[in-house]
Design a protein around this ligand. Structure first.
Ligand code: SF4
Length: 374
């Protein structure tokens, strides 16, 4: 089973908190899609004979580009690989691009899951995040998307300056009122080199502290769980059967190929397994779109096990405790670490499975660090 990701590196404007690889200049779409076709051709050997379970158009803003380009890429891939009968095709969309016409077009090219960057249903919050849409638009497009698609996900962010628990709760209630299938909840992080980081360092913006963020995260987890959502990954909540296939594939370490600048891949072929990352320069990507321009790292057995530990602890399904003990040659220090996390209420030991608790999800990376193979 294989998953595919396509990075569409274009946005109208850069949001204040965003450090993704993208450009805001126009005029690069045609050469980008030419390069994408060339890259895909050069990697045909990795697609041939494989069944593709999911395709994720991410970015950047995939909803900004002409859907015919995406359709042409899907047709090209269909010439090399087989699409699974239940292929999930997700398109990340920004609210300002959603119209009845665009929804119909995306649906006509095979997109069957929409992931909308709503971020908030509050105009003041959206303005603080530097987003182009307002609350009215957010509500309108969520409703329209739900009428057209059976599987809709919305991204929400908490932790904007001055945000209270009540305001965050209202955002969650707004999202819940639409009967969505999936929600991704992020805490605002101040990434270096962003406008937000500059504003924070100049004292122009004050973001909530860790304690307030943790409390907002708990509110989300409790409210969404009690409304029928499964908290299946640190930042992700879904109704039964509506987990993101692409993201689950990545977290479960299934093979995935990333196309476009800055996209990452994990690929298993026989006993060999490698990760690769495409160049993070659009001009270099356009000039040399072949896989040669990406870095490739073959994974050792230890790398694979550490990845499995790290990723499994982010998932509700958890990690096999027996495997962890064996990998550590039954080192008593691992049992002691597990026990310490259990006493803090961060880990649950359920039979042979180690599961991070709702409280512990916030510390999943920290827990994993302690349990990795040295
Ligand atoms: S729309 Fe998304 S990808 Fe584009 S700048 Fe904003 S946060 Fe970043």
């Amino acid at each position: 089973m294989l998953h595919c990701y396509v990075h569409i590196p274009f946005c109208r404007n850069r949001c204040s908190y965003c450090d993704f690889f993208l450009i805001t200049r126009e005029g690069f779409q045609e050469p980008f899609f030419r390069a994408l076709r060339e890259e895909t051709r050069s990697r045909a050997i990795l697609l041939e004979g494989r069944t593709i379970r999911s395709v994720h158009f991410g970015g950047g803003t995939p909803s900004l580009v002409d859907p015919r380009h995406l359709e042409a890429w899907l047709n090209q891939v269909a010439g090399y690989a087989t699409f699974h009968p239940e292929l999930e095709i997700t398109l990340e969309a920004n609210p300002e691009d959603l119209t009845p016409q665009s929804l119909a077009l995306w649906s006509s090219i095979g997109v069957n899951r929409l992931s909308i960057g709503i971020q908030s249903y509050n105009s003041r919050k959206l303005h603080a995040l530097g987003r182009d849409h307002d609350a009215l638009c957010a509500r309108r497009v969520t409703g329209e998307a739900m009428e057209r698609f059976r599987n809709v996900s919305v991204d929400l962010i908490c932790g904007v300056e001055g945000e209270s628990s009540a305001l965050w709760g209202a955002d969650l209630d707004d999202a819940l009122s639409f009967g969505l299938q999936h929600l991704s909840v992020y805490m605002l992080t101040v990434e270096p080199s962003t406008r937000l980081a500059r504003d924070v360092s100049k004292g122009l913006v004050q973001v909530p502290g860790e304690g307030e963020l943790a409390s907002m995260y708990s509110i989300a987890s409790e409210r969404l769980s009690s409304s029928g959502f499964e908290h299946y990954e640190v930042s992700n909540f879904a109704r039964a059967g509506c987990f993101s296939r692409y993201n689950m594939g990545c977290w479960q370490r299934e093979s995935y190929l990333g196309f476009g600048p800055s996209a990452h891949s994990l690929y298993t072929l026989g006993a060999a397994e490698w990760r690769s990352a495409n160049v993070t320069s659009l001009t270099r990507y356009i000039a040399e779109p072949r896989e040669l321009s990406s870095q490739r790292e073959f994974l050792s057995e230890k790398d694979r096990r550490n990845e499995q530990i790290f990723l499994s602890l982010r998932l509700k399904t958890g990690l096999d405790a027996g495997l962890l003990q064996r990998w550590h040659s039954f080192d008593p220090r691992i049992d002691a670490a597990v026990d310490a996390f259990r006493q803090r209420g961060w880990l649950d030991v359920n039979g042979r499975t180690l599961k991070v608790t709702r409280k512990g999800f916030l510390f999943a990376d920290l827990i994993a660090e302690e349990l990795l193979l040295g």
